[in-house]
Ligand binder design. Structure first.
Ligand code: NAP
Length: 333
């Protein structure tokens, strides 16, 4: 039976960019699911670094997206838009949204939503979509990682890093992770990394060379940029690939491009949020076929560092900006 829905809901938004405290509860209309969408009563929403960048005024939502932050949700379907057939009212789902996750209700295209992996809670499921979609498309589709290859991820304990370590390992790669403390390096090893490099104490280029018997790394997933761009070229194997997903240390650098040419490297990158519903649906379908069974078997799982009630979203953002977290921070209703 169709539940009676309220006209308005509470969402966490901001009126001007700034520090975490600009995030405040607001009253907004409950979204109406468009054709092909489902409306979800949100039980939990993951916080991601891009939400912090958006709050700071540096990452505007793409055209048509909600201005409320939040890129991933989990909860129960409470309404189905015209033509929707994948989910029914009452179904628990998690999904990737272009915005609007920090709210009591959010609509998501049914092709960008997935069932809750067997055995996981709604809180755990809310911590999956953004990093699993990003890692799948950048590491396995764009980066073409294969079993037996070596893989290095910078920011090993970030939401993205903790996912990348587990998936690369599950698909048979040798994994090297970099992180900013010995505690974070220990967490990377626990998640399956074969080598973890504390970049504050050790040069990751020489560590990567040592870990690969001098060959260099087949695939590097980089979110740091800046001087890491040149150093990644040094750390890469001949015909190695480097996939850029962010520039935490800045998008500009002086680079000696001869290495790219002499080693026949491929340097590419992508962003997830502005991609079309159809492109995200294709990623979702591969995840459901290839990764959902691994989640159900416990061969990978989201790492939840902390949860905060929705009304305390500012505290969640403060924690993320402290860089003290290992894994994901999740808001709960
Ligand atoms: N392209 C895409 O489609 C896409 C999608 C999602 C996320 N992203 C990007 O991927 C990155 C990770 O996202 P996330 O949500 O997983 O982040 P997160 O959990 O907040 O982790 C970021 C980590 O990066 C490390 N770091 C290295 N250099 C840094 C610097 N200069 N400033 C701040 N942190 C630095 C920190 O760990 P250490 O202590 O080890 O330095 C920090 O914990 C973000 O940059 C995000 O924008 C890209």
């Amino acid at each position: 039976m169709m539940p009676t829905l309220p006209e308005t809901m509470t969402a966490i938004g901001f009126t001007a960019p700034g520090g975490p405290d600009v995030l405040r509860p607001e009253t907004r209309p409950v979204p109406k699911p468009a054709a092909g969408e489902v409306l979800v009563e949100v039980a939990a929403a993951g916080i991601n670094r891009p939400d912090v960048l958006q709050r700071l005024g540096g990452y505007a939502p793409p055209p048509g997206a909600s201005d409320i932050p939040g890129l991933e949700i989990a909860g129960r379907v409470v309404a189905v838009g015209d033509g929707g057939s994948r989910f029914a009212i009452g179904d628990p789902v998690c999904g990737l949204v272009t915005g609007g996750g920090y709210a009591q209700y959010a609509s998501v295209h049914e092709s960008n939503a997935l069932p809750i992996p067997v055995g996981l809670s709604l809180i755990e499921a809310a911590a999956i979509p953004e990093t699993y979609f990003t890692v799948w498309t950048n590491v396995f589709q764009r980066g073409r990682l294969k079993a037996g290859e070596s893989f290095m991820v910078h920011g090993g304990t970030s939401g993205i890093g903790t996912t990348a370590i587990q998936l690369a390992k599950a698909f048979g790669a040798t994994v090297i992770a970099t992180a900013g403390s010995n505690e974070k390096c220990a967490a990377c090893r626990e998640l399956g990394a074969d080598f973890a490099v504390n970049y504050r104490e050790q040069d990751f280029v020489s560590a990567a060379k040592e870990a690969t018997g001098g060959r260099g790394v087949d695939l590097i997933l980089d979110m740091v940029g800046g001087d890491y761009i040149s150093r990644n070229y040094e750390a890469a194997a001949e015909s190695g690939r480097i996939v850029q997903i962010a520039f935490l240390n800045g998008p500009k650098a002086e680079v000696d491009f001869r290495r790219l040419m002499m080693k026949r490297l491929t340097h590419t990158g992508s962003t997830l949020r502005p991609r079309t519903i159809a492109e995200k649906a294709a990623i979702a379908a591969e995840l459901e076929g290839k990764v959902w069974p691994l989640l159900a078997q416990g061969r990978c799982k989201p790492v939840i560092h902390a949860t905060f009630p929705f009304a305390e979203a500012a505290a969640g953002h403060r924690l993320m900006e402290s860089n003290a977290h290992i894994g994901k921070i999740v808001l709960t209703m």
